[in-house]
Design a protein around this ligand. Sequence first.
Ligand SMILES: Cc1cc2nc3c(=O)[nH]c(=O)nc-3n(C[C@H](O)[C@H](O)[C@H](O)COP(=O)(O)O)c2cc1C
Length: 312
Amino acid sequence: MEHAHRLVSLIYGQGCSDLNDVVVEDLKRCKVVLDSTGGESAWGWDVLSRIFHLGTKDIVLENQPSSEHEWAAQYLEHCNDVLSEASPVETFRGVVGGIQLPGLCAADEFDEVLARRATVRAFHHVPISIAELGKILHHALGFVERRALSNQEGGVEQFSKRRSSPSAGGLNATEGYVYVANVEGLEPGIYYYDPQHHQLHWRSQVVPRLGDLLSGQHFANDMPVGLFLTSRFDKLWWKYEHSRAYRLALIEIGHVAQTFQLAATVGGMSTWLTGALNESTIEPLLKLENPDEQVIFLSAAVIAMVPLSRTA
Ligand SMILES: Cc1cc2nc3c(=O)[nH]c(=O)nc-3n(C[C@H](O)[C@H](O)[C@H](O)COP(=O)(O)O)c2cc1C
């Protein structure tokens, strides 16, 4: 609350005589307040999305778990705390008099895939093949050749490419960086996926444990492969001025993540996903060349086996 009051005071030019106090230092650390020395990349939307994005980046956990065991204990305690409060009422509870829709006929292939898609949190030391990885990446992020817009259809060359997932303004602002730990035929490391040429470009050797990058979720340390999804905000700034477009960045990433999950499921794999990222630790590993590209989400695949543990 103190931070919010100080921010309002700063905006209206009141009470800002001491720009080095602790509260202002916090605001500077989160890049909500900047020194006027410049050097920072400009934020292309209005301040609404900037406060939200920077204020929710790099959430520091007081006690970030340092092992799977610590994570499980903390998560259990958290769930118990949550369950001690009455749960929110379901929208459909107590709703009567609806129009009954026809039931489903025999399950088709699509039903099967949807039913098989599930989040697992048990990762075994089993590699996936480079062919399996290539297929998932192509479906999630690759361009679908036959859907490219021609000039006659008003296609601008740079934005004529289409993915199997929808993209805000057709800008394909989402990019993917593959975390490779156990893929046959690929050195462990982080690679950029080039959707145009269906190629991987080596970025860095993975040094930290995944749990240290993902808010202490150490059960993910044995994950064979994952896809960090980033958004090129500058592309969205270019076309859409209002902070509302920040929502579009997140929604587009959600679409790509779901396509990744379904592609992996079709390939007989199980999947995991997380938005609990330690962004400032991850971004240097991805070697992002553009300061306006930010990491948002991780979608992961694992060879399907009987899940050892599943939590909500
Ligand atoms: C936006 C989003 C963020 C999620 N983040 C996490 C996460 O940080 N860690 C995790 O273990 N699961 C995460 N999940 C997975 C959910 O817990 C899971 O989808 C939910 O329990 C329903 O289970 P199902 O995916 O098997 O249907 C996330 C799911 C979504 C959609």
